[in-house]
Design a protein around this ligand. Structure first.
Ligand SMILES: [Zn+2]
Length: 464
């Protein structure tokens, strides 16, 4: 008979998600449904109330669940989203170790993380590093409230009625919606914004603001807004579906953005962007160039005379950089950085430091093998790995220094502080580091209907 999978459900409501935040009940219901779909038995439900996963305060249910994983009472963990589980990178590493040893995998309602494979691990680590950086940055209550409104898709206040909608900001005004649809369709067919504003003025379409006629400056923000697609924008980024209906579809909105980006290429020195030169188009392999339509930086595949680009792919630069930066920092801290340094050091030079890096590397590999063979307990492994990792980090930094590679120059801080150290480095240094550890990153086309950056869209090719 097939052994039943015993699943643990973990749910948490934190104080930073007040009022209408995603309640525990909803998290539990979704997890229970997923367990049922997979034919899993629920071995236990672990719920922490009002404790932030970032604060470092003890979470009793979480601790109890970890204990049950260690004692092999659980085969799988179900959680609504990874940020419910932990938002602290150190804690995540511990959790991964515990799960690896116990052979437990984590499944989320919002998408399989699969801690058991390399890509899943990377995504989990990046999610956690990003969440930590985010928690550290945000403190002002007002900003949080605005973001929350945005995430719930509620409209912002404002003096003027949005064009296309009634003054409740939710009900579509049909006559204006028809204009918007026509403008979008003609714009996508290649008509210029200038020509479209002329047409609107000839038709005497009234504006919804103070201006008495249409100009590119009034039409452009409407055309490229997520609002008309029923999406809630916050600081120039779409954060999710809005409470009001769309006049065009989210797919049309994305096509507008891509078209807009490829038509308005900004000529400026490429060194202003962290990843310029490193990104490839997943459709055609062309190198992405930098653009900034509406002041929003984007990496774009362009179709211009003399380039072979397909012109059909574009990605928000800040969003991509916020995703890749923690990955670079984690890569710097990982054992894989040793060979990169060894490869870059002059052959025959610094034999002593090179040797130490290689030995430290081997020690870490050996520990993993011993853990796999059951020669070490979990506690012994964790203890030994900590020491080996510290030895490796020291060796790598020493080689970096004597060989003048400068990868770790300015990295005085350790561990969790690395992310903020990174943010304080000048852009030139961050670019230099990015170019050392990353060979390229391939950006895949956006899946239909996706509204936020899907980590699986980006394939990182590390230098080895
Ligand atoms: Zn392309």
């Amino acid at each position: 008979m097939k052994k039943m999978t015993a699943a643990a459900i973990y749910a948490r409501i934190s104080s930073d998600q007040t009022g209408e935040g995603l309640g525990v009940q909803r998290q539990l219901e979704d997890c229970r449904r997923l367990a049922k779909d997979r034919d899993w038995v629920i071995a236990g439900e672990y719920v922490d109330n009002d404790v932030s996963a970032y604060s470092g305060k003890p979470r009793l249910a979480y601790e109890r669940m970890v204990g049950d994983i260690v004692e092999r009472r659980i085969d799988a963990v179900l959680v609504y989203h990874l940020d419910r589980l932990t938002r602290r990178p150190v804690e995540l590493e511990h959790f991964i170790d515990v799960c690896t040893v116990a052979g437990v995998d984590v499944t989320t309602v919002t998408g399989d993380v699969g801690l058991g494979n390399d890509n899943g691990l990377l995504i989990a680590r990046i999610t956690s590093a990003m969440a930590a950086a985010e928690s550290g940055r945000k403190s002002a209550r007002i900003r949080r409230k605005m973001l929350q409104n945005a995430q719930m898709g509620k409209p912002n206040g404002g003096a003027n009625r949005p064009f296309g909608y009634e003054s409740d900001r939710i009900t579509i005004r049909d006559a204006e919606a028809a204009i918007i649809r026509e403008v979008v369709s003609r714009y996508l067919d290649g008509e210029s914004l200038n020509s479209l504003t002329r047409w609107m003025n000839e038709k005497a379409v009234p504006t919804s603001g103070v201006a008495d006629s249409w100009s590119v400056r009034t039409l452009r923000p409407i055309l490229i807004s997520g609002r008309i697609a029923g999406l809630r924008d916050h600081h120039g980024k779409t954060v999710g579906p809005a409470v009001w209906p769309g006049i065009i579809t989210p797919e049309q909105h994305e096509t507008v953005l891509d078209t807009f980006a490829s038509r308005h290429i900004e000529r400026r020195p490429p060194h202003l962007y962290l990843l310029s030169g490193l990104l490839r188009c997943g459709r055609c392999g062309n190198t992405l160039v930098t653009t900034s339509p509406r002041g929003v930086r984007r990496y774009t595949c362009t179709r211009t005379p003399g380039s072979s680009g397909c012109g059909q792919l574009s990605i928000n630069a800040s969003m991509l950089e916020e995703f890749i930066a923690p990955a670079i920092v984690l890569r710097l801290e990982s054992p894989e950085i040793g060979p990169v340094l060894v490869a870059r050091a002059e052959p025959g030079q610094h034999p002593e430091q090179l040797g130490e890096v290689v030995r430290a590397q081997q020690a870490m590999l050996q520990l993993a093998a011993m853990l796999g063979a059951g020669e070490l307990t979990r506690a012994e492994f964790l203890e030994a790995r900590k020491a080996a990792a510290a030895r490796h980090a020291r060796a790598v930094k020493r080689l970096d220094r004597v060989a003048g590679i400068r990868l770790f120059d300015g990295w005085a801080s350790e561990g969790a502080a690395h992310m903020s150290a990174w943010q304080q480095l000048p852009l030139a240094r961050r670019r230099e580091i990015a170019r050392t550890v990353l060979t390229s990153a391939v950006v895949q086309p956006r899946p239909r209907g996706a509204r936020v950056l899907d980590p699986t869209r980006v394939e990182l090719v590390w230098a080895t």
